[in-house]
Ligand binder design. Structure first.
Ligand SMILES: [Zn+2]
Ligand SMILES: [Zn+2]
Length: 303
């Protein structure tokens, strides 16, 4: 790990929680006491969080959670932070810890078999026949992906039911589902098993763990993350590191995400430096968005 003073924890656990409201209150107190920012979702089916704080405080958080029988045994994925990954703390109760549109699927009952990063790496080395299905959304997928991946085509994880038709030709084959930290695959792989894909695996602890253990090998590019860092990489200075993203405007290789600066749009996309607005240095997804922002700024300056 780097010498960063901050770290980001990514974690989840599918576990039956009788009183999610009580857990929410306790999490708020705990995180506030430890000065942690980020997002935590609690539901009757489990907990899902990404939080940032100093290394000491995040380690205290883990130690505290370990003492709670309900939350013991969680594997925390850690990456260096900068103290600004999240603007604030948000702890909420929801129906599902990841909204999927297949809410009746319980990963504690039906889910894919687990494959570790080490085992998957061995499969690549052995050239075993298997098919990786990336369960993330398109905007995450475009900055980095496993070689030979079948992309889900998702704009949103709610598109999950559509995956069956897309994978029909793989019935009877070995499938490995992947996502950032593993939480979406609990449901996505379970859904595939339930839909008759009986040799379905899920990458345990997700792409982040694989990248950290085997940087610049079979996962190409950078990993999109849901905080202000936007993407993370491991050993990206290595000559084997590949940029796989392309500028949405001109198609040159790039992996920097920008936000469309029309505040009504705020689309997240990849842009090279040359395609930022030459006058203002701001990013716009389209000429329309640029015009809207220009009109607004002009109005604000006379108002
Ligand atoms: Zn460009
Ligand atoms: Zn836009």
């Amino acid at each position: 790990m780097s010498d960063s003073q901050f770290q980001v924890l990514l974690y989840y656990k599918y576990v039956s929680i009788d009183n999610p409201e009580a857990v929410m209150s306790e999490q708020r107190l705990l995180c506030s006491a430890l000065n942690l920012a980020g997002r935590i979702i609690v539901s009757k089916e489990g907990i899902n969080g990404t939080i940032e704080g100093t290394i000491d405080n995040t380690e205290r958080y883990i130690a505290y959670m370990e003492k709670n029988e309900m939350f013991a045994g969680i594997h925390y994925k850690k990456s260096p932070g900068d103290g600004n990954a999240f603007p604030k703390l948000s702890v909420k109760v929801r129906d599902e810890i990841v909204t999927s549109d297949v809410p009746n699927l319980n990963p504690n009952k039906v889910t894919g078999k687990y494959i570790t990063a080490d085992e998957l790496h061995q499969w690549f080395t052995d050239k075993k026949e298997f098919y990786i299905v990336d369960m993330r959304n398109e905007y995450e997928y475009i900055s980095g992906f496993f070689e030979g991946t079948i992309f889900s085509g998702f704009q949103n994880f709610k598109d999950l039911p559509g995956i069956v038709e897309k994978l029909n030709h793989l019935r009877g084959k070995t499938i490995v589902t992947v996502c950032t930290g593993g939480v979406r695959c609990e449901k996505a792989s379970g859904f595939l098993v339930q839909s008759g894909f009986n040799d379905t695996y899920q990458l345990l602890d997700g792409i982040q763990t694989y990248m950290e253990k085997y940087p610049n090998t079979h996962f190409k590019g950078k990993l999109y993350v849901f905080d202000n860092r936007l993407t993370i990489g491991f050993n990206t200075d290595d000559p084997n590191h590949e940029i796989v993203g392309t500028c949405m405007h001109c198609g040159t290789k790039a992996d920097t995400y920008v936000n469309c600066m029309n505040h009504a749009c705020h689309l997240h996309f990849i842009s090279c430096k040359n395609c930022l607005d030459p006058e203002t240095g701001l990013a716009f997804c389209s000429d329309t968005c640029k015009e809207i922002r220009r009109a607004k700024d002009a109005f604000a300056s006379v108002a």
